[in-house]
Design a binder for this molecule. Structure first.
Ligand code: RTP
Ligand code: MG
Length: 147
């Protein structure tokens, strides 16, 4: 077991649904601690930079538009095997494929947003390496708290 940190984003659809607290509760019940947190309206540049790895993908423009459609809630989570644990809590990328009881199955709005799977409630880093990059993208080291 390894103590890890991962980056989580509650996307505009879930923020609009007023389920920030319910999602935080799932993190806490799973043993993940919030060690940094902020609400933010991303600029187009910030969203494009964050998703730069997807720049050539057909869904990139729609994803960026969705991510700037309202404020997001951004947090760093810390815990044992945080990267994988958080991905398990999130469920599959397409909410239609997400297992019952996962955040995406329970809170995603995807079907309502331009027929895409962009509005899938949450983002989570997919590796420890990307987690470090993504946390640093949004939080200076002094804003992340060892708890
Ligand atoms: P995320 O990065 O948001 O945690 O999601 P993920 O790893 O499960 O999915 P990823 O492949 O990294 O894709 C990033 C986000 O782009 C949107 N997407 N749309 N229309 C499509 O085929 C498609 N594929 C991905 C989703 O919002 C996904 O979360
Ligand atoms: Mg991803």
């Amino acid at each position: 077991m390894a103590l890890e940190r991962t980056l989580s984003i509650i996307k505009p659809d879930a923020v609009a649904k007023n389920v920030i607290g319910e999602i935080y509760s799932r993190f806490e019940k799973a043993g993940l601690k919030v060690v940094a947190s902020k609400m933010k309206q991303l600029s187009k540049q910030e969203a494009e930079g964050f998703y730069a790895v997807h720049r050539e993908r057909p869904f990139f423009a729609a994803l960026v538009e969705f991510m700037i459609s309202g404020p997001v809630m951004i947090q760093a989570l810390q815990g044992e095997n945080a990267v994988l644990k958080h991905r398990d809590l999130m469920g599959a990328t397409n909410p239609k494929d997400a297992a019952p009881g996962t955040i995406r199955a329970d809170f995603a709005d995807s079907a309502d947003f331009a027929d895409s799977i962009d509005a899938n409630a949450v983002h989570g880093s997919d590796s420890l390496e990307n987690a470090a990059i993504e946390i640093a993208y949004f939080f200076p080291a002094t804003d992340v708290y060892a708890r």
